[in-house]
Design a protein around this ligand. Sequence first.
Ligand code: SAH
Length: 235
Amino acid sequence: MLGVIGAMEEEVQLLRNEMTILEEQTIAGIVVTLGTFHGTEIALAQSGIGKVNATICTQMMIDRFSPSAMVFSGVAGGLLPNMRAGDMIIASHVVQYDMDLTAFGRRHGEMPGQTRMTECDPALVEKATQAFDLAFDGLEGAPNLMLGTIASGDKFVQDTKTLRWLQREFAALATEMEGAAFGYTCHLNSLPFVVIRGLSDTAGETATGDFTDNLKRVCQNSYHLMERLIPLLAA
Ligand code: SAH
């Protein structure tokens, strides 16, 4: 089965609405919905916000449901000036930007014995790009797709200084609060994973308002991509 995680209600509810639900379990306070999505077996969980919640949820899903692959789907703040709310990011790499051992001469995001960036599974990234094309090719007002690094930390970024630092320090396209914790946990468990994000805001001074205004619409874009991706992962 495929494991799918979103942090917030809005990020999981469209998928959940379309599932044939077999069972719901609450484990460590996390609701996991088990069943099929258009015929594909999935376990869908709402992790809650931030790296700690994402880590607990990911390890719990792996231990309890033995997924063959994991996808995190949600929203993020874009870091490049020309990005628009609604655009989609498929992570090639994820990094915990607030892991700071610079006191020991390490680079931001670097941990002892680990690569600084965690690489998403290239085959899943490829399938996610196919799913994007299936969902949006030829559609008027279609979002843009960008592949690259997502930087995660336990902070909602809403200032130009931080967003520029993230862009330049990590060559990151977007920032959010779960992807790198999810990815790192999958990596430690040797499980293929990918992170998919729709841009709810551009992480600058207007980010909080933009996030609130755009959340529902952007989650629909992510849903359309996920709707095409899930069957590809069953094959
Ligand atoms: N509505 C919440 C806060 C949402 S936090 C409350 O009531 O407190 C923002 C969520 O969206 C996180 O799950 C994060 O992964 C993502 N996100 C979107 N834009 C972001 C940004 N600019 N910085 C950090 N995370 C962002």
